[in-house]
Write a protein that binds this ligand. Structure first.
Ligand code: 0O2
Length: 210
């Protein structure tokens, strides 16, 4: 095992474990036949090249990345409605298997790029053969519409290395506002949508039972 593999092993373990745990929450809601605030969950360990890039950009010494870089292990939880984001954050705060140490609310305070998302940084204990190792994990909670925007913007960022031509920058700002308005519109008819989803789920279950 090389140095990087050894360093990243607990991060990989944390992402794997948290994916199972956070995805499990969705199943629990389904079992209770109540609306799930979680649509889907993804997770990844930051690639080594991105860790090095970010350390370089932020002036973080390699010996400090474990304490200074909060998103080497990252999870994303996608929600249907903005209201669901707050339900998920409240749940994360109440869990006993990790401690929330920082929150960044880019839902209320969007980034200059137009980015919206709620970031929660947790201290997560990983059990290893050498004992417990605490690592930082960043959990990003966002709506499907915020995720759509962020995914598109992220890929464009690769193409332009963050230096967007004015035309693209303006379009992205406009798209961010449109995504925000879509969330607002959906919130206004949230109860109707949830009722329709409950009817659909019940019908599917009845059909399954025959
Ligand atoms: P990747 O490829 O997603 O892993 P900073 O990096 O200075 O913006 P900081 O303090 O490191 O911020 O942490 P913060 O603000 O919580 O955000 C870091 C992560 O949030 C980013 O990770 C992205 O995942 C996401 N993010 C933040 N701002 C934007 C944005 O304007 N557009 C998009 N698409 N995503 C954003 P990385 O390190 O960029 O990489």
């Amino acid at each position: 095992m090389n140095h990087w593999e050894q360093f990243l092993a607990p991060y990989n373990q944390a992402v794997d474990e948290l994916k199972v745990k956070l995805k499990g929450m969705r199943g629990e809601y389904e079992f209770k036949h109540t609306h799930s605030p979680i649509e889907f969950v993804t997770g990844r360990v930051k690639p080594i090249a991105s860790i090095l890039d970010k350390a370089n950009q932020k002036g973080i010494a390699l010996s400090d990345i474990g304490t200074e870089m909060q998103d080497i292990a990252g999870l994303r939880m996608m929600c249907q409605f903005v209201e669901d984001i707050h339900v998920v954050v409240e749940h994360l705060r109440s869990r006993k298997d990790f401690t929330v140490i920082e929150e960044r609310d880019y839902v209320t305070n969007k980034k200059p790029s137009g980015y919206r998302s709620y970031h929660v940084v947790v201290d997560y204990p990983v059990q290893t053969i050498l004992g417990e190792k605490n690592i930082l994990v960043e959990i990003q909670i966002r709506t499907l519409s915020m995720n759509f925007w962020a995914t598109i913007e992220h890929s464009l960022n690769y193409k332009y290395s963050g230096q967007f031509p004015e035309r693209i920058r303006m379009r992205l700002q406009g798209a961010a506002e449109a995504a925000f308005r879509l969330d607002e519109e959906m919130s206004l008819i949230r109860e109707e949508i949830q009722e329709a989803q409950a009817i659909f789920t019940n019908k599917m279950e009845k059909d399954k039972r025959g």
